[in-house]
Design a protein around this ligand. Structure first.
Ligand code: 6GU
Length: 235
């Protein structure tokens, strides 16, 4: 999979993309991630990427020219059209289902915005999908792009050491994960649940499932109703 990140702050993204699971996936060739600066595609001596909004209003708007030129630069020679995504607070809200869908893409182009937003013709002209990572305002799309990349890369086959671990994650079955314990068995008077030490595989699995349902019911009842309406399965 290839991912192009278009940003005014490549230096803010770089260390994140070199770390941990993503860094390992990049180094092993599983994903290719490139950072491109809009500033390298400006047309004037001031290297402007933004301007005041027509009709007045607060703040500055990302201009079409640098965005289109940067996109054309990263997509030249591509056989199939990439999936274009604008990171904006007005987009479709990211969830695991959307992550799974985007993880199937061969080539993603992520456009990070700053200032008050993108000129509307960027979205229209690039036929870009808009994605938000939640109902709060960030000062730029970079951190959202990093969230999206993290969620997508860990689903690529081979990105996690243990192939099973992505499947067990919270949300992958529409439920939160069960509680986890490691050594020691007793810590400051708090003991690991006996069943986990029992070696009884079926009972352990039943406990995990029960805990997972209980946790989801307590913390995220909305996930249980989503599941029921989707699959007809009873929680
Ligand atoms: Cl993708 N961008 C910005 N600027 N704010 C956000 C967001 C994105 N998602 C949630 N808030």
């Amino acid at each position: 999979m290839r991912v192009d990140v278009l940003t005014l702050f490549p230096e803010a993204c770089q260390p994140f993309l070199e770390s941990s699971i993503i860094g390992r996936a990049v180094r092993s060739g599983l994903v290719e991630i490139s950072l491109t600066n809009y500033r390298d595609f400006t047309h004037d001596v001031h290297r402007s990427v933004d301007d005041r909004p027509f009709g007045g209003g607060q703040g500055m708007v990302m201009m079409c020219g640098p965005a289109f030129d940067a996109v054309e630069h990263v997509t030249q020679g591509c056989e199939t059209p990439p999936t274009m995504i604008l990171l904006t607070p007005q987009g479709e809200r990211l969830n695991q289902r959307l992550v799974e869908e985007l993880a199937e893409s061969r080539h993603l182009v992520l456009l990070c915005g700053h200032y008050e937003g993108f000129d509307e013709r960027i979205r229209i002209g690039l036929k870009a999908r808009e994605v938000s990572i939640g109902d709060y305002v960030l000062s730029g799309g970079e951190s959202a792009a990093m969230v999206l990349i993290d969620a997508i890369v860990r689903l690529q086959p081979g990105a996690l050491g243990d192939e099973k671990s992505a499947a067990d994650d919270s949300f992958s079955h529409g439920l939160l994960e069960h509680p986890q314990y490691t050594r020691p068995r007793s810590f400051r008077g708090m003991d690991v649940p006996e069943v986990l030490l029992s070696g009884h595989h079926a009972q352990i699995e039943a406990w995990k499932r029960e805990q997972s349902l209980k946790r989801t019911a307590e913390r995220r009842p909305d996930l249980l109703s989503d599941r029921e309406s989707e699959s007809g399965e009873q929680a």
